[in-house]
Design a protein around this ligand. Structure first.
Ligand code: BGC
Length: 755
């Protein structure tokens, strides 16, 4: 199909019609010219294909499918291969079901633990979110199914999500909120991008030309189409010009008509319409030419895979006295409604109609020594004394008690944010009361976002399973009994209490204005800088074995910012069982003129090690690993100086560290004026050399000269120096130099600015 040729045969009305959906999930066709429509569907933790009543809230049924672990869980795998496997599985399902584009991954940054959609998002860390989601994207698209990386951009809250204006400075956008999208485009070659509902710095994302055209296409080279989030369009004609190609779902022809009118009255260039149509048809043609409806979708095999993957995502947070792993045959009281009815996914547009689910009790069926008590209800927060009493009695008789707890559906969902970080009261009380009678109490958590754990001191072990997909029960068993050695790491910090979170004071915004005040200090970047205690740090997770790190090597002691640095480190399994370790590399800038986090994740690898085995892990770091976004040059910039390459077990636990010096090859533009401070001149040896003779000759006193003895005592040399450093050049005119000084300074400035 020659797309340009076909477009040239279309009427304006036909072209405008292609810019919005036929219905909820289909794009339009133009039968006259043989242009077919295609179907898109939600994911991204499975396929949510609706064939009858459509909605984007997870209300109506979709076809039976496989629910993989949600992004909250897969992010904890710290394993690109886990995401590859999920992507391939969903790609096959889409091919089988003739769905051209799956609406995901959702890569927004977890700015606050309160965001209702955190369970769908990966991390508070942009590098982790970017690496994992890009692996998913590549895998889906290798199956010739498009992804729609969403929600672009700065959509980190649900509150007023269709009106809220995210006010975020450029450096923060570049360093925190954009990288996952940037990687999706540059590395993942995403076929489509979904713009978010919110405004970004005053303009709706759906009509933000700076975002959808200048940045996405101009800078990053995006060659697919942009689709609106469902109902995100405000001014359609403006959106077309801004680079929003496809509006979804259908606007009943209203917006198509507005596009036609805008072209007719000269507000919109018809070329913009042509371009949007071309982009949409090009992507769809890619799918249509490679459609393989004969692809097998083996749901049973995917269920088995989902179980294994969920186990790889679980994070062992505590394991006192090695109470875990459990042994088959031990007397174990399993407690909690979630042990029979697991919560394994979140609510809203990502809600999958799982073809089967597997609870922990299903997985334990037939195992001797297992007893069960419900413990709490999920329809109410209030403790039920009878349920608690029964659980306490069951726990008292057992050697160990496993409580499966977490957050019920009503606590977190698309569409609204949480108002607190607490678990339901009934569960908190249950855990406490069970722990009072059974010293070997183990808590397994099914939740999409961090929770406060006032009971932590009473539990011997804690497993954070997140929302682990339909086979989460089987996966829980694998981890509890040590068939899978836990190897997940927290993709987000767990603060002790909500108030500790950096966005706490302004999260949600005032009215429609949400100012991202904390800037780049999101998650561990904030807690680490503040040296604050956290419940569990970013990157944290235990294992049933132990690992030792040695031989950290850097390929050079000094590099230029255009070079790459190769880092190697040896990791040995020093325990008795096989296990996987997540080797985390952080870069720490020793000194900087801009405010920077203490350290930032710039590399991670998950490796499997048999007992006694050693493997060497290699990382390659380029300029971006050392750079910050410099708003003056509008580019990434590395300041010359020393950086520490730190191999860590979490953002708080540095095991090995080595220094490298990076030299900048970029000369930052400087322009000196009479208002330039002496301290800024002092930083530039060339400039200082030019100014110094004049200073020596004139000796301005900057107001520090005095005859009074008491004043002399008060003015220390440090203070005099500070006064000088903080003074602009022009003060040497005021404090002693006069007209001659001014004339001389102007001459010197001319020389300074010439270079
Ligand atoms: C959600 C998107 C989703 C779309 C279609 C919207 O409400 O924000 O993530 O893909 O609905 O269901």
């Amino acid at each position: 199909m020659d797309i340009k040729q076909i477009i040239s045969q279309m009427t304006l009305e036909e072209k405008a019609s292609l810019l919005s959906g036929e219905d909820f999930w289909h794009t339009k066709s133009v039968e006259r010219l043989g242009v077919p429509g295609v179907m898109v569907s939600d994911g991204p933790h499975g396929l949510r294909k609706q064939d009858l009543n459509a909605d984007h809230l997870g209300i109506n049924e979709s076809i039976k499918a496989v629910c993989y672990p949600t992004a909250s869980a897969t992010a904890a795998s710290f394993d690109r291969d886990v995401l590859r496997q999920v992507g391939e599985g969903i790609g096959d399902a889409c091919q089988h079901e003739q769905v051209a584009v799956v609406l995901g991954p959702a890569v927004n940054i977890k700015r606050s633990p309160l965001c209702g959609r955190n369970f769908e998002y990966f991390s508070e860390d942009p590098y982790l979110a970017a690496e994992l989601s890009t692996s998913f994207i590549k895998a889906v698209q290798e199956k010739n199914i498009g992804v729609s990386v969403k929600h672009f951009a700065a959509n980190s809250q649900e509150h007023r999500r269709m009106a809220s204006n995210s006010v975020v400075d450029e450096r923060t956008l570049r360093e925190i909120y954009y990288p996952a999208f940037e990687s999706a485009v540059k590395e993942g070659k995403a076929w489509t991008v979904m713009c978010s509902y919110n405004r970004l710095n005053g303009e709706y994302a759906s009509q933000h030309r700076g975002l959808l055209t200048d940045l996405l296409r101009g800078e990053w080279g995006f060659d697919g189409y942009v689709v609106s989030d469902w109902g995100a369009v405000s001014d359609r004609a403006k959106g077309v010009h801004a680079g929003l190609d496809l509006e979804m779902p259908s606007s009943g022809g209203v917006n198509d008509q507005l596009v036609v009118e805008a072209v007719k009255n000269g507000q919109l260039d018809e070329a913009d319409v042509d371009l949007a149509v071309e982009r949409i048809l090009t992507v769809h043609q890619r799918y249509l030419e490679n459609a393989r409806p004969e692809t097998q979708w083996d749901k049973d095999a995917q269920h088995e895979q989902a179980r294994q993957l969920a186990a790889e995502c679980m994070v062992l947070l505590k394991n006192e006295d090695n109470v875990l792993p459990l042994s088959a045959g031990e007397d174990i009281a399993v407690i909690g409604k979630f042990a029979v009815k697991p919560r394994f996914q979140g609510g809203g547009s990502s809600h999958i109609n799982s073809f089967k689910t597997e609870s922990l009790m299903d997985a334990l069926a037939g195992m001797p020594g297992i007893t069960y008590a419900q413990g709490y209800d999920i329809v109410t927060e209030e403790p039920d004394e009878a349920l608690i009493a029964e659980a306490v009695e069951t726990a008292r008789k057992a050697k160990k008690a496993v409580i499966v707890a977490g957050l019920p559906d009503s606590f977190e969902s698309e569409g609204y944010d949480r108002s607190h970080m607490r678990m339901p009261k009934c569960q908190v009380e249950l855990i406490q009361r069970v722990a009072d009678v059974n010293p070997n109490t183990i808590v397994v958590l099914y939740n999409g976002s961090p929770v406060e754990m006032p009971w932590l001191g009473s539990a011997k072990a804690v497993v954070e399973a997140y929302l682990g997909g339909q086979a989460v029960g089987g996966a829980t068993k694998l981890v509890l009994f040590g068939d899978v050695n836990p190897c997940g790491r927290l993709p987000e910090s767990f603060p002790i209490k909500l108030e500790d979170n950096p966005s706490y004071l302004t999260y949600g915004g005032e009215g429609n204005t949400a100012v991202y005040n904390e800037g780049v200090f999101v998650g561990y970047r904030y807690y680490d800088r503040k040296k604050m205690d956290v419940l569990f740090p970013f990157g944290y997770g235990l294992s049933y074995t132990s690992f030792q790190y040695s031989n950290l090597t850097l390929s050079a002691n000094t590099i230029k910012d255009t070079d790459t640095l190769t880092v190697t480190v040896d990791v040995t399994n020093t325990g008795k069982v096989a296990g996987k370790e997540v080797v985390q590399l952080y870069v720490s800038d020793r000194e900087s003129t801009v405010f920077r986090p203490v350290r930032e994740l710039k590399g991670f690898e998950k490796i499997a090690l048999l007992p006694g085995e050693t493997k060497t892990v290699t990382f390659t770091l380029g300029k971006r690993a050392f750079a910050y976004w410099n708003v003056e040059i509008n580019d990434w910039h590395v300041e010359t100086g020393a950086f520490d390459i730190q191999i860590c077990r979490s953002s708080r636990d540095v095991t090995l560290s080595k220094e490298v010096t990076v030299e900048s090859t970029v000369q930052l533009p400087t322009h000196y004026t009479l208002d330039t401070l002496f301290m800024d001149i002092a930083k530039d040896p060339k400039a200082m050399a030019i100014i110094q003779p004049m200073l020596d000759a004139q000796q301005p006193d900057f107001g520090c000269e005095t005859e009074s003895e008491t004043a002399k005592e008060a003015i220390t040399p440090e203070m005099a120096m500070a006064m000088m450093q903080n003074s602009p050049l022009r003060s040497s005119i005021s404090f002693g130099g006069g007209a001659a000084m001014r004339a001389e300074l102007l001459k010197l400035l001319e020389i300074l600015n010439k270079d």
